[in-house]
Design a protein around this ligand. Structure first.
Ligand SMILES: [Zn+2]
Length: 385
């Protein structure tokens, strides 16, 4: 029997990790374009709005009226999207928790991982983020609540306090775990290479979301999907990307201006310093993932249409293998990294027509989780070491 896949199109909506970039270009315009695509295909998406950035803009808006204008536009973009039926949920990048603004540029002083803060500091960030979103959206829907969480740079485990804090704030599920991801960089240190569950919803060990608890817990983890691309498609994809990167780099250098954010810098920006050579960037970005076994996060901004189709095959295969009738799956996207919407548009058109796929928002997923629609894994007591 073909299970029903409850598919959430989720987008982390934010400026670049170092605070650079123009919100109009990296956030407002691509959000509207994506919403247009969702609307055209009759589906609803979800945006994980990074709120600490917005709070920093508000903090400096009196001395810098240009920040007030952008912060107001941010509010308007979020409200407009929400009013059209799409979801907006909580995303936090703690590097924004301590900032300076000078000469039109942000300097982010905060540590990049929420795991490196005290429980009190983390509590305050969650509280302020949730309060901001709820104040913004409850005038449109009095029932609105932040019910899901994705941590900036995926930092959720291990932590003695994060899952408990989220549960305390009424967060129904966390989606920060991505099986197979591992970063040891200047800014981020995390290792999800041995997660006990990387596809289905589960009750986590409260101090370590990588592990499955042997009993129900106050919060659920739904991993963000990942998959393994075929050798051929992954290789072709990376070659095209590397070539485009060199080309745009050369073009921008020829134009004697600093290189813009021409394509995905994701993951990479956590490690890279300004002195990185083009070649090293290309090698890291284009070739390393290929050698690392074609592991790919299901991040639509990073995939072409052929890989999106392979991603969907992998999701269907794993959903069938689970033996369950209903399986929730969470995708990723980054509006700031989308270079071309054509492949995303084409993929969404396919999904919207598929009889075994139901597109859902994060709020709908939380509701169905609470109603017991989805099996939530626990570790059988007998296998507990
Ligand atoms: Zn983010």
């Amino acid at each position: 029997m073909q299970p029903t896949i409850h598919l959430a199109f989720v987008d982390d909506w934010e400026l670049s990790g170092d605070g650079s970039g123009d919100a109009r270009e990296l956030q407002f315009a691509p959000m509207r374009k994506l919403v247009e695509i969702y609307n055209a295909h009759g589906i609803r998406g979800s945006f994980n709005a990074e709120v600490l950035q917005q709070l920093a803009f508000r903090q400096f808006q009196n001395e810098h009226p240009e920040l007030k204008a952008l912060a107001d536009d941010w509010d308007n973009a979020v409200r407009e999207t929400f009013r059209a039926g799409h979801d907006v949920q909580l995303h936090l990048h703690p590097q924004w928790s301590s900032v300076d603004y000078a000469g039109g540029k942000w300097k982010l002083n905060g540590d990049w991982s929420i795991l490196n803060y005290s429980a009190e500091e983390a509590r305050s960030m969650i509280a302020r983020g949730k309060e901001y979103l709820e104040n913004l959206l409850r005038p449109i829907d009095p029932g609105y609540a932040s019910i899901s969480f994705r941590s900036g740079s995926w930092c959720i485990a291990p932590s003695p306090f994060m899952l408990n804090l989220l549960a305390e704030f009424g967060i129904v599920f966390d989606m920060s775990i991505v099986g197979g991801v591992s970063y040891q960089t200047r800014r981020i240190n995390l290792d999800y290479s041995n997660c006990e569950e990387d596809f289905l919803p589960y009750y986590p060990v409260m101090a370590d979301a990588r592990r499955v608890s042997d009993k129900p817990e106050p919060i659920v983890c739904i991993p963000t999907n990942h998959f393994y691309g075929s050798r051929r498609t992954t290789f072709q994809h990376h070659v095209r990307k590397a070539a485009a990167k060199v080309k745009s780099r050369v073009a921008s250098e020829a134009a004697a201006r600093p290189a813009g954010r021409t394509s995905a810098a994701y993951g990479h920006e956590w490690a890279q310093s300004d002195s990185d050579s083009t070649l090293r960037r290309v090698l890291n970005k284009g070739v390393a993932p290929y050698i690392k076994g074609r592991h790919l996060i299901s991040d639509l901004a990073q995939l072409d249409y052929a890989l999106m189709c392979e991603m969907l095959q992998s999701i269907r295969r794993r959903a069938r293998a689970s033996g369950l009738t209903d399986v929730p799956v969470i995708l990723e996207n980054h509006t700031k990294d989308i270079v071309d919407f054509t492949d995303i548009d084409r993929f969404i058109a396919d999904v919207a027509k598929a009889s075994d796929i139901k597109c859902v928002t994060l709020t709908e997923l939380a509701r169905e989780l609470r109603r017991g629609r989805f099996a939530i894994k626990t570790r059988p007591a007998s296998t507990h070491e």
